[in-house]
Write a protein that binds this ligand. Structure first.
Ligand code: PHE
Length: 379
């Protein structure tokens, strides 16, 4: 390592030699990798209080005899100019090297000592590939369903996953203690015994409460799809999970009939599963729709012939649906939903089930374990 020597001889030759050594020392350090980082290197040479050029100023220039001052000053200024310029250049080169070494690995900041050396860069090493990310099969399926309805002019709605009894049940025409509540094993938030029943919080068991929230926010007409997570107190098995996903739909306007419901869902199923798919509507019950229908599609694996997927029936049940019960409009009447004037339909489908059938996944828990070996199949 270069240190600034004492200078007693101020002859031309001696000055020439001293400055040449100074430059040679700088050049050789500037060529080596800047292992300690560019800043350390800059401070060593240009640092204001104790940099080498400051030392030269103190030891050579200030100590110079009067007649030698001019010459030392001139040489020192030249050295300052050149060294300063070269240090600036090195900053850019050094940064490029660091970027080249760390660009793919994203593990070091500029000037980090561990990777800053040009000699550490082996351009023949294979690059580091980042695994490609991809949409989760449930999210992908959900987006596909939503896209089908968006193309029909529906907008997207959202609501909270922690819901009150009022929105999840009461305003959907499940009266307190009505047995229909048993069909949705509910996870309640603990410690709310003091609250009035309708204010008690629970994890929403379906996306239907967002029907009410939407109608409270906007007058008719409404055309909305509501994708989201729902929760039920189900014991996990191959087809049950306490968390799953639904896409809800609601259309309210004047003169909406059951044929609109049938036409809309038939089109949506064809758009999702292919134009040869047929739909079948059969009677069902939901407190918030009247009449209600469950909707099945011809099995998209066997085309209706009967196979393991459709349990030999040729049909797969995918949706709950129905005409909005006038009693439900009764809860939002003051927002413009007069059951004498408007009518509508609603539907809801389980996204996870659809994703499982589409991708032939036989255990729902695989969807929520986050195992990359499973998920990367969908990349
Ligand atoms: N919310 C119902 C369920 O989760 C599905 C449904 C939605 C039925 C809309 C009719 C209308 O089972």
């Amino acid at each position: 390592m270069y240190t600034v020597p004492q200078l007693d001889d101020y002859s031309q030759e001696s000055l020439e030699k001293a400055f040449a050594e100074l430059r040679a020392a700088f050049d050789s350090e500037a060529q080596a990798p800047l292992d300690a980082g560019w800043k350390t290197f800059r401070d060593r040479w240009l640092g204001r209080t104790n940099g080498i050029l400051t030392q030269v100023n103190e030891q050579w220039l200030k100590a110079a005899p009067a007649e030698g001052k001019r010459e030392v000053g001139r040489r020192l200024n030249d050295a300052k100019d050149e060294i300063g310029r070269r240090v600036d250049e090195l900053k850019v080169e050094h940064r490029d090297v660091v970027v080249a070494v760390t660009g793919v690995q994203a593990r070091a900041s500029f000037g980090s000592p561990s990777v800053s050396g040009t000699h550490n860069l082996d351009v023949t090493l294979p690059g580091i590939r980042r695994p490609l990310g991809t949409e989760h099969p449930v999210i992908r399926t959900m987006n596909e369903i939503v896209a089908v309805f968006r193309a029909m002019g529906y907008s997207i709605g959202e609501g909270p996953e922690i819901e009150s009894d009022y929105y999840n049940f009461e305003a959907l025409n499940f009266p307190p203690n009505h047995p229909a509540r048993d069909s949705q094993d509910t996870l309640f938030v603990a410690g709310q015994e003091q609250k009035p029943a309708r204010e008690r919080l629970l994890l929403r068991t379906h996306t239907s409460p967002v029907q009410i929230r939407t109608m409270e926010k906007q007058p008719p007409p409404v055309r909305i799809v509501i994708p989201g997570k729902v929760y039920r107190h189900d014991t996990p098995d191959a087809s049950h999970s306490p968390l799953f996903h639904q896409v809800e739909g609601l259309a309210v306007d004047t003169g909406i009939t059951f044929s609109d419901l049938k036409g809309t869902l038939d089109h949506a199923m064809k758009a999702l599963f292919g134009s040869s798919v047929k739909t079948r509507f059969f009677p069902s019950f939901f407190p918030f729709t009247e009449p209600s229908a469950d909707v099945a599609v011809t099995c998209f694996k066997c085309n209706g012939k009967g196979c393991r997927l459709c349990k030999q029936s040729g049909w797969i049940e995918l949706l709950g649906s129905g005409m909005v019960d006038p009693a439900v409009f009764g809860f939002v009447k003051k927002n413009g939903y007069d059951p004498e004037k408007v009518s509508g339909f609603a539907f809801g489908m389980g996204v996870d089930r659809i994703a499982m059938m589409k991708y032939e996944i036989d255990d729902i828990s695989l969807l929520f374990q986050g195992d990359v070996r499973f998920l990367e199949q969908f990349a």
